[in-house]
Design a protein around this ligand. Structure first.
Ligand code: EAX
Length: 385
């Protein structure tokens, strides 16, 4: 079904592209990748409004792997409202969640192929495209959301976000997914030992797999759209994700334990396809950029709120939550730093790593930053105790 939608979108795009190939290249002409794909995809269920797409000069579609209620989609919807306002309806953005347009890898490739105009993804699957985001795949690099946000909003954060132009993607803003936690069906995870032999789904990222291996688990990479069924059928014992993902995907129906390990923090870049963006007049480009920038704090606020309310929901849906000491997990995964922070392909650039560490050190964990930090894994448990 998902594959069919994607195939239809791509077929429409190819057709539209071949038609414009013989037509004019006027900049006022509706950009066919967006409008063609938009009208095809509009038969699916968009989380955003499709009302203006018919008239829009640039009717963009965005895809994510998350349920409609997840902050990615709420943030993209907000971005769509803002860009529509700023351009009097000339630029619109429809939002297709739930992996309707494919996995995160499909969506990134979709930007390159022109079948999707906008996406918001975790940084982990970008490992297949560039090394610049790998610093975020180091376990326990951040202890607080404040540190992670300081890095995303810094010069090095912006350098990373804008490092994929040559891959056909323009970074617009840093949304976020948040601190990741382990869920499973066997037992609460209090120490790395408790993960021994457990089949844990990870994202398709070598460093994440290496970290879970180092903790004794059996990491199983898989696209997000397949996880619920795999948990339900018991082909995996668990998975790891931020609370808002676990809750909006209703994993409580198929998982008994959530352990607030906070082992990784997932930032979530918003990208627009470069060819498409380049084809827009400058004032529309500016409106798109501003809309994304303005939607980011809103998206992050949704993450903060859902980190707290989501845990309450999971518990009332029968999940058991615990918050383990982080030190043994840090120790178990320390080897990842030795293995991956070095020059070379597939490695974390020492230069980027040092810049990130400097920012982290400038934002030390204080009693107020940890207790007031409503979006860190830690605060989410303490508020739920
Ligand atoms: O980016 O695949 C994942 O586990 C991600 O956290 C999710 O798709 C959102």
């Amino acid at each position: 079904m998902k594959k069919k939608v994607l195939a239809a979108v791509m077929a429409a795009t190819v057709l539209a592209l071949s038609l414009t190939g013989c037509g004019s290249t006027s900049s006022t002409q509706s950009k066919t990748p967006g409008s063609a794909a938009g009208s095809t995809a509009a038969s699916g269920s968009a989380a955003g409004s499709t009302a203006a797409s018919g008239k829009a000069e640039f009717a963009m579609i965005s895809g994510t792997t998350t349920p409609d209620a997840h902050p990615y989609n709420l943030g993209l919807k907000k971005m769509g409202e803002l860009v529509k306002q700023k351009t009097n309806g000339a630029v619109t953005l429809d939002v297709f969640g739930n992996s309707q347009l494919g996995s995160e890898r499909d969506l990134l490739e979709g930007l390159q192929l022109g079948s999707v105009q906008v996406t918001c993804v975790s940084t982990a699957p970008l490992a297949g495209f560039t090394d610049s985001f790998l610093v975020f795949d180091l376990p326990f690099i951040f202890e607080t959301t404040e540190q992670a946000r300081a890095v995303m909003d810094s010069d090095v954060g912006s350098e990373i976000l804008h490092s994929v132009d040559d891959q056909g993607m323009v970074g617009l803003a840093w949304f976020e997914n948040g601190f990741r936690n382990v869920t499973n069906n066997k037992q609460p995870i209090n120490t790395p030992d408790d993960l021994k032999g457990m089949k844990i789904r990870t994202m398709e990222n070598q460093m994440h797999m290496a970290a879970f291996q180092a903790m004794g688990a059996d990491p199983t990479p898989m696209a997000m759209g397949d996880v619920f069924t795999a948990l339900q059928q018991g082909t995996i014992d668990g998975e790891e994700n931020p609370i808002p993902i676990v809750n909006t995907n209703k994993f409580a129906e198929v998982q008994k334990y959530i352990s607030l390990t906070g082992h990784l923090f997932s930032p979530a870049p918003v990208f627009i396809a470069k060819d498409y963006y380049d084809s827009m007049p400058e004032d529309y480009q500016k409106a798109v950029q501003e809309a994304a920038t303005e939607a980011a704090p809103y998206e992050r606020q949704q993450i903060d709120e859902q980190n707290v309310s989501g845990l309450e929901d999971l518990k009332s849906d029968g999940m058991q939550a615990n918050e383990p000491e982080k030190a043994p997990f840090k120790k178990a995964t320390a080897s990842i730093y030795d293995e991956y922070v070095k020059d070379g392909s597939g490695m974390v650039s020492p230069d980027i790593y040092n810049k990130v560490e400097e920012i982290v050190k400038a934002h030390p964990v204080t009693s107020s930053s940890s207790s007031a930090d409503t979006s860190s894994a830690g605060a989410a448990t303490s508020s739920a105790k």
